[in-house]
Write a protein that binds this ligand. Structure first.
Ligand code: ATP
Ligand code: MG
Length: 489
């Protein structure tokens, strides 16, 4: 067979196929695939000269910025694994993640005080051009690790997740099919690149040849303007961001907006209903760091008939409930298989998450309906068992959130001598509400055993660096830091 000159780099492939097509937009600037490939090469040349030879992995600590993107793509051209550190973590937390991954080289957007054994570089702003004849092309090997991220740490210590190019490719191709993506699409997002929901969008752009529009932080007005200007055809948001954006959105919708992908954590029903009322083509989804973002999603035209569903399995994904498998409608642990699911955690920790025959246990509880749509009820670790009855905290939270005075709600199971556990609610309110008012409201929608036995008003809920409620803290003495007052007695 004749050797081909096709580069293995996804970015260089796109630059060869359609050099002038827009690849990356940021504020008022834009880069075509050929310009982006050039920038990636400048950063590859710089990092290649400054990072010790044979370095397998580097950590990256940066806000979203063009230079952060150029750095990631430059490191991939060099065949170096990029460990993305959540910039909202404390120093102790990200140093733990570096130590756990045995990463000793750090690239950051500002100089940081680090222990002596860590070498450090700051991301350069400008770099000299590289002639095309000198382009480096050592990366993007299918089974090679592209990125390492730690899970959010919602249920315990974060786990190291090595995501291969093959995992990302499977996720990109399945997403292309479920969203009917074409190369004319432009995908907007405010999500951090250090989170899988953000990074996966860049990988889709590089693999599929579509443009990405990276917003400079969450500004509902700027997002609405870009929708008006028809710049963005796909938008990714987490539920809380959509909730804040909704009042700014036009009631007539945006004809060029194909999909608003919603994911990253639990999706509340009121948000779905409000988005539908504004003709926003939302696509609820479910995924994890371990699955390289969404693995199930609800097609936009089916959302109205499947409110509360997390979605149908994407191409190549298999789902079963329980081990052994349970019937439709029965709630059990959610097991998944598919090419975007990682093969093991870093350092081969927590091997118990995989069954002998290769199913990955998500740690979440849910059920499949008769049509094969998945509904996520709760994390197994957050399930409340009271007097032998199962209480799914999300069910109680959804009811609380539909009360006009409640902005945020978290329900956890408190130990109880008589019942084993009883539900306790922590709520953030937007207007005054009394215990009697809430009790009569809850009685209308929830069986007595599901009604919270204690309700606390908080000024904020404890959250992980990626914005998820840290329910495990609400079960420790730390909870008092968040409580303003108990709602009656
Ligand atoms: P850790 O594994 O360290 O406890 P984490 O599970 O929160 O952290 P992520 O990978 O960021 O880390 O989140 C994946 C989890 O988010 C899923 O396992 C699930 O519990 C939750 N999740 C994601 N999408 C949905 C959804 N649509 N509905 C309900 N929960 C969801
Ligand atoms: Mg998890």
């Amino acid at each position: 067979m004749q050797p081909t000159n096709k580069p293995s780099s996804w970015l260089q492939q796109q630059a060869l196929l359609h050099p002038e097509r827009p690849a990356f937009l940021w504020k008022k600037e834009s880069w075509s695939f050929s310009l982006l490939a050039q920038l990636a090469q400048r950063y590859a040349a710089y990092y290649g000269a400054h990072i010790p030879q044979n370095t397998k992995r580097v950590a990256l600590f940066s806000k979203n910025s063009p230079e952060c993107y150029f750095s990631i793509t430059g490191l991939w051209e060099l065949g170096i694994e990029v460990q993305l550190l959540n910039r909202r973590l404390t120093e102790q937390e990200w140093l733990f993640q570096m130590a756990d991954a045995q990463t000793i080289f750090l690239i950051s957007d500002e100089p940081l005080a680090v222990p002596d054994f860590i070498q450090q570089l700051t991301i350069p702003k400008t770099l000299p051009a590289v002639p095309e004849t000198h382009y480096i092309d050592k990366g993007y090997q299918e089974q090679a690790i592209a990125s390492i991220m730690y899970t959010s740490g919602t249920t315990g210590r974060p786990k190291g997740v090595p995501q291969s190019f093959a995992n990302h490719q499977a996720s990109a191709l399945a997403t292309q099919q479920s969203m009917h993506l074409t190369q004319a699409d432009c995908w907007g997002f405010v999500l951090p690149l250090f989170h899988i929901s953000g990074l996966s969008i860049l990988l889709r752009s590089l693999r599929l040849g579509l443009a990405v529009y990276l917003y400079d932080g969450f500004d509902p007005i700027a997002i609405e303007e870009s929708l008006q200007a028809k710049q963005v055809t796909v938008l990714s948001l987490v539920t809380s961001a959509l909730q804040q954006l909704l009042p700014y959105l036009s009631a007539t919708g945006y004809p060029q907006l194909k999909t608003l992908l919603l994911g990253g954590g639990p999706i509340t029903r009121p948000v779905v209903q409000q988005a539908l009322a504004k003709n926003i083509p939302i696509m609820p989804s479910f995924g994890m760091t371990e699955t390289c973002s969404q693995i199930v999603a609800v097609p936009t035209d089916e959302v109205a008939g499947k409110i509360g569903a997390a979605g149908y399995p994407l191409h190549g994904v298999a789902i079963k409930i329980g081990d052994p498998k349970m019937a439709p409608g029965e709630v059990g642990e959610i097991f998944i298989q598919g090419p975007s699911v990682i093969q093991s955690y870093l350092n081969h920790s927590q091997t118990s998450a995989w069954t002998q025959d290769g199913w990955f246990n998500t740690g979440d509880l849910g059920y499949l309906d008769g049509d094969g749509a998945l509904y996520v009820k709760s994390r197994l670790s957050e399930l409340i068992i009271s007097g032998g009855e199962n209480i799914y905290p999300s069910e109680v939270e959804q009811v609380l959130l539909q009360h006009p005075s409640i902005q945020e709600a978290a329900v956890v199971g408190r130990e109880d001598v008589r019942w084993g556990q009883v539900p306790t609610a922590y709520i953030q309110v937007s207007s005054q509400v009394t215990l009697a008012m809430l009790q009569s409201y809850l009685q209308q929608s929830l069986a007595t055993y599901k009604q919270p036995k204690e309700i606390y008003v908080v000024h904020a809920l404890p959250k992980t660096a990626s914005g998820k409620v840290l329910k495990r803290l609400l079960l420790t003495e730390e909870r008092v830091k968040y409580i303003d007052y108990p709602l009656g007695t």
